[in-house]
Design a protein around this ligand. Structure first.
Ligand SMILES: Nc1ncnc2c1ncn2[C@@H]1O[C@H](COP(=O)(O)OP(=O)(O)O)[C@@H](O)[C@H]1O
Ligand SMILES: C[C@@](O)(CCOP(=O)(O)OP(=O)(O)O)CC(=O)O
Length: 201
């Protein structure tokens, strides 16, 4: 669709339940690698942008971690699903447009079609990562079960039959999180290095 100047060297596609810490963990990875090497891409970014515009909502609040987005979640899910049914790669293409860094961290895959899009566009580079937290931890972070959300495809689409390359337990201990992220950071650093050496040839 768009003219991509260069392909990424590594695409880490994250998924996980609400309040499992997808944003927290993917931001941490970007902090460690730096914004020159690594960008965080949110499939919900272009979705929220378009949804906010059509409904006259506050985009910054929709993008933030607070309660505001929860008011609109059920309707946003429905709205996004209509779009995805017409074109499953719609939000993936928009979210990756303009990404130039060698390492892409996609923070919020929710459906098989999201992962399949990355596997098919970037088969060599794509790795899938699941973030998991106990219900108790998620409750401490403000989660409570909502029918129509937590039992719907948006939250459960990747619960079964997906082979994850890594599963990260994010139940609060910073040193354990650091340790679990080491192999991912190592791979990302190698990918970034190979892209910079390719640039010099
Ligand atoms: N390991 C962690 N240590 C401290 N706070 C965390 C950790 N993981 C998540 N959080 C906090 O929990 C809340 C939910 O995390 P977030 O990354 O927004 O989850 P998700 O994107 O999966 O819904 C945020 O306020 C975040 O800062
Ligand atoms: C309509 C959504 O894109 C809303 C996503 O919002 P967030 O990505 O902010 O969600 P959490 O981080 O899990 O709390 C969900 C979808 O089905 O596409």
């Amino acid at each position: 669709m768009e003219d991509r100047i260069s392909e990424p060297e590594l695409v880490l596609v994250f998924s996980g339940k609400r309040k499992s810490g997808k944003d927290y963990v993917t931001d941490l990875i970007q902090d460690r690698l730096g914004p020159g090497l690594c960008c965080v891409l949110r499939l919900s970014g272009p979705l929220k942008q378009q949804y906010a515009q059509e409904h006259g909502l506050d985009l910054d609040q929709l993008l933030g971690p607070g309660q505001y987005k929860e008011r609109y979640r059920t309707d946003m899910i429905r709205w996004g699903e209509t779009r995805r049914h017409r074109d499953p790669g719609f939000f993936c293409r928009l979210a990756t447009r303009g990404a130039r860094q060698p390492v892409w961290v996609v923070s919020d895959a929710r459906r098989k079609s999201d992962l399949e899009w990355f596997w098919s566009e970037f088969p060599r580079q794509t790795r899938s990562v699941r973030v998991e937290s106990s219900e108790e931890t998620r409750k401490q972070r403000g989660w409570s079960f909502t029918a129509g959300v937590d039992d719907a495809e948006s939250e459960c689409g990747l619960d079964r039959d997906v082979k994850f390359d890594w599963i990260i337990r994010n139940d609060g201990d910073a040193s354990s999180l650091d340790e679990q992220l080491q192999p991912i950071l190592k791979l990302a650093q190698e990918a970034a290095t190979s892209s910079s050496s390719a640039d010099h040839h």
